[in-house]
Design a protein around this ligand. Structure first.
Ligand SMILES: [Fe+2]
Ligand SMILES: [Fe+2]
Length: 229
């Protein structure tokens, strides 16, 4: 696997399915920040982040199609399209190694993804900011996410500058969501909303097939992947 065509083919989508998906995520997909992540931005092993995200979008569609009404399905697809829009490739990243353990990729990237995606696509958030933010922040469940409560743990985010420029209500929603079920400065819970829960499930299903080796799996914790060229 490694091409957009291969990913779409395995799902057997009809024209109507494709139309619904494009309607929900077309603006996000066409943005240069998304396109940048389609190539030379390895995520699971050599697979690009953009292709991982597309896979999660279509899996979310498959899981949500029968369970969600059309509004919720639309929101779930947007959450899926933005869930991993973090700032930098994380495998073998020397800057990451200098960060405090709890501020590294595994725990911090969902918050980074909210900050980036709100900055680039605020119109996609509209009236659903609470649901979208909570869905992205807790997509890694059962892995926890960093708690945002002070400048202390936001300064090590790669996009701290963008965080500072967020509107107050968005910062408050990030804090509210990331402070739920707090233990050891991490938030241990799934999203409150069905849309977020479906994206999280889709991400697990997809990642399970994409992580092809023990070393790639171990990289999720260590940040190092010896197999990556
Ligand atoms: Fe993630
Ligand atoms: Fe993901």
């Amino acid at each position: 696997m490694g091409k957009l065509k291969d990913i779409l083919e395995k799902y057997n989508l009809n024209d109507k399915d494709i139309e619904i998906i494009i309607y929900s995520i077309g603006n996000i997909y066409n943005h240069f920040e998304f396109q940048k992540r389609m190539r030379n931005f390895p995520h699971h092993g050599e697979l690009s982040l953009g292709l991982h995200i597309i896979d999660v979008v279509v899996m979310t569609y498959k899981l949500g199609k029968k369970k969600l009404n059309s509004n919720d399905l639309n929101v779930a697809l947007k959450i899926a399209a933005m869930h991993d829009l973090f700032t930098m490739p994380w495998q073998n990243n020397p800057i990451s190694a200098n960060k405090k353990f709890l501020n590294r990729h595994g725990f911090a990237h969902p918050v980074e993804a909210v900050i980036n995606s709100y900055t680039w696509f605020k119109e996609e958030y509209n009236d659903d900011a609470d649901i979208i933010i909570d869905g992205i922040i807790h997509h890694m469940y059962p892995l926890p996410v960093i708690v945002i409560n002070s400048d202390d743990n936001t300064r090590e985010l790669y996009n701290f500058d963008l965080y500072q420029r967020l509107p107050k209500n968005i910062k408050e929603l990030i804090k509210k969501s990331s402070n739920r079920n707090k233990f050891l400065n991490l938030s241990w819970c799934r999203s409150k909303y069905v849309t977020g829960k479906i994206v999280s499930k889709a991400d697990k299903k997809v990642s399970f097939t994409q992580i092809k080796s023990f070393r790639s799996a171990l990289a999720l914790i260590t940040g190092h992947n010896k197999e990556l060229k």
